[in-house]
Ligand binder design. Structure first.
Ligand code: N01
Length: 546
């Protein structure tokens, strides 16, 4: 198919040929790989990206301290051994600038950038049932048609905007961790306040405190911050893996989180209390990171087992933080460990021993308003030059809503998702033909290594498109029965988990009856991959083709 790189609508009504086979939205790791993969498959492809360059969340989340909590060995593309072999990570957990450089390198190496229109937001995608394609429009006035719409917009890309009263009156500067400006933000010599202590906030707090004149941390729910035990990359191990990249990739396909996290030691009940403490000590001091959620097999489902780990984490806070009152505010006692995402940090709790850091407990003294000079809580006023908001995201659905995708009836996917997302494999949703939601709700998504997730999904999409071409199909949609069964399966594997009943961004709660829909697939990445393989082997069972 001839490619139209101008981006203008060139639809030839007579031959009913779309401008492109595939329209890709988002130039993060998923979008970069999608463009590369679809080009390799001989498809014509165009991409749109709102940012000035590739990187996705790693473009925008350039706040101080931003880094991933998946180890460098695993946070890579594996599709080309040469790429793996030539790239030089420097640390165990790569920092944001290095990840962004890596994604830029991949985009250059596979000539991906020229297929993207940057600084361009997709403002609409209308399904045309007569021609079986999407008509995609952008905020820059472009309009293209594509047979398939592939959303590589990520699950954590639509940030919650600060809507505190009085923000417009603030005479200082304010920024968001999720959209940290691509320029120097002055921290030195300034009184900085930060609201939000999730994974992003806790990483930013640790670094901002080192340079700001003073940092005031406004905490609502205390979070579990686990030692990353970051350090230089083990080059010898990396080189050993680099010598057998396809095998390493295959190994990742068999893992629950698509990452080599040290595995469970057994049930908590297999050990004496002394042994349990020794195991916890070892994990905290020698391994750290996300391995803390994978110590005892029963810690995700048994309150007693979980309490062992939660209490260890709480005691750690009391051990590290010198002021007992400050420590008690930081002690994460609102929910069991691992039921919201762990923050993986270096020196987070130690930060609160610094003279230039103040902790405000918003549960005891809530924010009333932002003033011209800072933040006023019920009982105090804090003078600030800079406010950092780190308030999280409209997870799973926000980035899809952003694109204003409409089906034949004028509906958006979220119109059918009022009681929680409904998908088949987290990749497709009924009534929206030829739409692919890469790492969407109902797939392992944020519960697994996202770079591996993205590749697996894009490969699956490429396989579906090839199958459709081979069979002369132009339209794909999941059957209602398959979508319902998958939705039930996603809930079935999540229901026994403590995290299913904990408030967190992975759970959609229906306000009227309190019913819950767990959004990512908690059955494990390996099980998901096996299920996809089974479906493919059964001629893409569960999909309706036309
Ligand atoms: O967002 P969050 P995040 N007033 O939703 C607080 C990934 N990630 O950007 O808990 C006061 O976790 C809110 O308080 P509460 C990772 O998947 C990964 O930090 O709602 N506070 C909470 O403290 C992660 O899970 C990495 O009471 C308000 C914070 O804002 C995901 O991104 C690094 C408030 C939001 O925390 C999201 O993390 C960074 C209000 N009105 C991110 N509204 C790594 O790989 C919200 N909050 C290491």
């Amino acid at each position: 198919m001839e490619e139209n790189v101008s981006g203008d609508s060139q639809v030839d009504a007579a031959s009913a040929t779309p401008d492109y086979d595939v329209v890709v939205v988002g130039a993060g790791m998923g979008g970069i790989y999608a463009v590369h993969k679809f080009k390799q498959e001989g498809l014509s492809v165009v991409g749109f990206e709102g940012a000035p360059d590739v990187g996705g969340v790693w473009y925008h989340n350039r706040y101080p301290g931003a880094r991933v909590d998946v180890e460098s060995f695993d946070y890579c593309f594996f599709f080309d051994p040469a790429l793996y072999q030539e790239w030089k990570w420097t640390e165990r957990y790569p920092p944001q600038p290095e990840i962004l450089a890596y994604l830029g390198h991949v985009a250059d190496r596979y000539d991906v950038r020229r297929h993207f229109s940057f600084n361009t937001w997709v403002s609409g995608a209308q399904w045309n049932p007569e021609n079986n394609w999407y008509e995609v429009t952008t905020d820059t006035g472009q309009s293209v048609t594509g047979r398939f719409l592939v959303m590589t917009t990520g699950q954590l890309s639509k940030a919650r905007k600060p809507n505190f009263p009085g923000l417009d009156d603030f005479e200082g500067e304010w920024v968001q961790t999720s959209h940290w400006p691509d320029r120097h933000v002055q921290l030195e010599g300034r009184k900085v306040g930060i609201i939000g202590t999730g994974s992003s906030g806790s990483q930013a707090i640790t670094e901002i405190a080192k340079v700001a004149d003073h940092l005031t941390v406004f905490q609502r729910t205390p979070n579990y911050a686990i030692p990353a035990l970051n350090g230089p990359l083990d080059r010898e191990k990396y080189d050993e893996l680099a010598a057998r990249v396809p095998e390493v990739w295959e190994g990742l396909q068999k893992l629950g989180a698509a990452a080599n996290i040290p595995s469970f030691v057994g049930l908590s009940t297999d050990f004496t209390p002394e042994e349990q403490q020794a195991i916890l000590e070892d994990r905290w001091r020698n391994v750290g990171g996300q391995s803390i959620v994978a110590i005892f097999l029963d810690q995700g489902i048994s309150d007693e087992a979980n309490a062992l780990v939660s209490n260890f984490a709480r005691d750690e806070v009391r051990r590290i933080v010198k002021d007992p009152e400050v420590a008690e505010i930081l002690v994460p006692d609102a929910y069991p460990i691992g039921t919201r995402r762990l923050a993986v940090t270096s020196g987070y709790y130690e930060t609160f021993n610094r003279d230039n850091v103040t902790l405000v407990d918003l549960l005891a003294d809530p924010i009333e308003t932002i003033t011209a000079t800072g933040i006023k809580t019920r009982d105090h006023e804090y003078d600030l030059d800079l406010i950092v908001f780190s308030l999280g995201f409209t997870a799973f659905t926000g980035s899809i809503d952003n694109a204003n995708i409409r089906n034949e009836a004028g509906k958006q996917p979220s119109d059918n998702w009022k009681r929680g997302p409904k998908t088949y494999l987290g990749l497709t949703t009924r009534e929206f033909p030829n739409l692919f939601l890469v790492t969407g709700p109902g797939s392992p998504s944020v519960l697994a290594n996202m770079i591996v997730d993205n590749v697996q999904h894009v490969d699956l999409v490429a396989g579906i498109i090839a199958y459709m071409s081979d069979h002369g199909y132009t339209r794909i949609e999941p059957s209602e029965a398959a979508q319902d069964a998958w939705g039930e399966h996603v809930q079935e594997v999540a229901r026994p988990l403590i995290r299913y009943r904990t408030e967190n961004y992975m759970v959609h709660v229906n306000k009227d009856d309190g019913s819950r829909v767990f959004m990512p697939y908690a059955g494990g990445y390996a099980r998901y991959v096996e299920e996809c393989k089974r479906i493919i082997a059964n001629d893409y069972e569960g999909f309706e083709f036309a």
